[in-house]
Design a protein around this ligand. Structure first.
Ligand code: PLP
Length: 449
């Protein structure tokens, strides 16, 4: 790219583009970190022609990888035929009908009815409203509280921000919505204590005031926290005991990411509502949704007296729905769920080798292609580095220099490197990623005395 054009882009970015979840100070001082121009498979290319492994599938979402012409073609065909029409007031169209039916067929248990949105935050806010509406028309309007977990990330709309359990996200404008509570995750305390903390909160608040318990099957932005095997079975039992709805946020874990079509399938647990987004279209078009159980749908059908006063202009967008259908077809036809499981094992094997070789690597984990490597001052005691050392940020930079894009999770003074590569990744590419990670950590290790 011409130097002048590049300079212009950087200047316009600084002057006119407010970036989501970014340091504005960093942007103003250094300009955008990268201006991408192309994507192909697991790779992204910037305007200087430098190629990167997109080891985060961008925002945990490009599950089938970049540059898939089939999705562009699906969008083009649908846009040429019917780019947009409404789904309000019971108007309908074929792509949304087919997508709702497809998702109902894929989701576990009796999650057979689907409300569509444009993304994860909207899906979670929709789930909260639907849960409260369900209790209201069931004659229990006092069931309003939503219990979610510390370290949870559920998005940035008003309800989703309040459900998120990472305090940094609340500071911007305060916690806007009442009746959201946060309990411990099993991350450091294990299943029994974590389940007890939920029980204690339910008892303290009064079970008759709780609408739903909300959780990501694997906490993503909070640090890729994989629960112990018995945790979600315990959650399900507890919700049943108190008659509380269980909402699973499968925005990251859905559509093959963890080596199962949906994350909770690892533990054979079926929620009452499931939110999804990201991998449903692999990011080629914004789309998300909430799948609800037959028993919730039955109540909505029988007791709803008038209009369901909840809907987004783009609920069931025809082109987005067509893209989602094609994306799901690719996930199924190419066996990407199985590939995620197999390549996830390979990735974890690589992480374990690095842990044996470098003495600042603490816990390493992966479930399918959702993994993390923790950097610690002492792997035996799990003692963390002090935040000023910015160890994770330095590793991310060393990876970036070597052409790998990852994400650091540093809330609560952790130094976690998160990984979520596209589900199409090959064994050779996993090995390449692992070798580069090894080299980057070693380089940073040498600077630590
Ligand atoms: N839920 C989870 C688990 C997420 O990771 C995210 C986004 O990262 C969201 C919800 C919010 O989705 P969106 O950014 O599409 O609103």
């Amino acid at each position: 790219m011409l130097a002048q054009v590049k300079d212009n882009l950087i200047e316009w970015d600084k002057n006119h583009f407010i970036h989501p979840t970014s340091s504005i100070k960093e942007q103003q001082e250094a300009g955008p970190k990268c201006i991408f121009e192309e994507g192909n498979g697991i790779y992204l290319k910037d305007i200087d022609g430098k190629e990167y492994i997109d080891a985060m599938s961008s925002l945990w979402n490009v599950n089938i990888g970049h540059g898939r012409k089939e999705l562009a073609q699906a969008a083009e065909e649908q846009m040429s035929k019917l780019a947009f029409s409404s789904a309000f007031s019971t108007f309908s169209h074929e792509p949304a009908i087919r997508l709702a039916k497809k998702i109902a067929g894929l989701t576990p248990g009796d999650l057979n009815a689907v409300f569509l949105t444009s993304g994860g935050s909207e899906s979670n806010d929709s789930a909260f409203k639907l849960a409260r509406h369900y209790w209201m028309i069931s004659g229990k309007p006092e069931r309003r509280k939503i219990i979610s977990r510390k370290k949870a990330y559920h998005g940035v709309s008003a309800g989703a921000t309040s459900a998120t359990g990472i305090p940094e996200f609340w500071k911007m404008g305060g916690m806007l919505v009442p009746d959201f509570l946060h309990v411990e995750t099993p991350y450091e305390i294990g299943t029994e204590e974590a389940i007890n903390s939920i029980r204690k909160m339910i008892e303290q608040e009064g079970p008759e005031t709780i609408a739903a318990f909300l959780a990501e099957p694997v906490q993503g932005a909070g640090g890729v926290i994989i629960p112990p095997d018995d945790y979600f079975r315990g959650v399900r039992k507890l919700c049943d005991e108190y008659g509380i709805l269980f909402i699973a946020d499968e925005v990251i874990t859905g559509f093959g990411r963890t080596g199962k079509m949906f994350g909770l399938e690892h533990w054979d647990v079926v929620p009452d509502m499931m939110t999804f987004a990201k991998g449903v279209t692999s990011g080629y078009f914004p789309l998300g949704g909430v799948a609800v159980s037959d028993s919730i749908h039955d109540v909505l059908k029988e007791h709803s007296t008038g209009t369901l006063f909840h809907g987004f202009t783009y609920s069931g967008h025809p082109a987005a729905s067509a893209v989602a259908l094609k994306n799901i077809e690719i996930i199924e036809n190419e066996g990407l769920v199985e590939n995620a499981q197999k390549m996830g094992e390979e990735l974890l094997k690589g992480f374990r080798q690095i842990k044996e070789q470098i003495d600042i690597v603490g816990d390493v984990r992966s479930i399918g292609l959702l993994g993390a490597v923790e950097l610690v001052a002492n792997p035996d005691t799990n003692k963390r580095f002090t935040p000023e050392r910015k160890v994770a940020a330095k590793v991310i930079q060393a990876l970036h220099d070597r052409g790998v894009i990852c994400r650091a999770v540093t809330y609560d003074s952790t130094d976690i490197i998160a990984f979520a590569p596209p589900l199409i990744i090959t064994r050779e590419q996993v090995n390449d990623l692992v070798q580069t990670l090894h080299d980057a950590i070693l380089e940073v290790r040498k600077t630590i005395t």
